[in-house]
Ligand binder design. Structure first.
Ligand code: 5GP
Ligand code: ZN
Length: 114
């Protein structure tokens, strides 16, 4: 855990969040500034700065993240479709330096994003 990391502190329970799924590796919680009727963030409990830091040993973690998001999409009734996206670095708008996968759904999503 990185002491000064917001999402490490959410994962540890030190900072409250509206959590929709937890397991040994992953926490999924609602975004505080939702951009769609469903907007959640899936994070690893372990501090990883971004998806750019993932490597060949992280397959299990990636599977855990996507399993948690599939379960959340099912629970939220997003059978029509939804989007999973992760921003990497300042040019893409990453504002929290702890890997998070956004899941957005519940409205029509345009493409390409801005
Ligand atoms: P990024 O811009 O890094 O891709 O996404 C960071 C996301 O974290 C943003 O959508 C922002 O609304 C969300 N966020 C920032 N601080 C908090 C917080 O304290 N609690 C929750 N639940 N979400 C947060
Ligand atoms: Zn962290």
């Amino acid at each position: 855990m990185a002491d000064d990391c917001l999402f490490c502190r959410i994962a540890s329970g030190e900072i409250p969040a509206d959590i929709v799924h937890t397991d040994d590796e992953v926490v999924v919680f609602r975004d505080v500034n939702p951009q769609a009727p469903t907007h959640v963030l899936a994070i690893p409990r372990r501090h990883v700065a971004s998806a750019h830091e993932l490597g060949p040993d992280d397959g299990e973690l990636l599977a855990a993240l996507f399993n948690a998001l599939r379960a959340t999409a099912d629970a939220e009734g997003l059978a029509d479709g939804y989007r999973i996206v992760t921003n990497i670095g300042p040019a893409a708008g990453q504002s929290v330096e702890h890997l998070h996968l956004h899941l957005l759904g519940g409205r029509r999503l345009s493409w390409p994003p801005g």
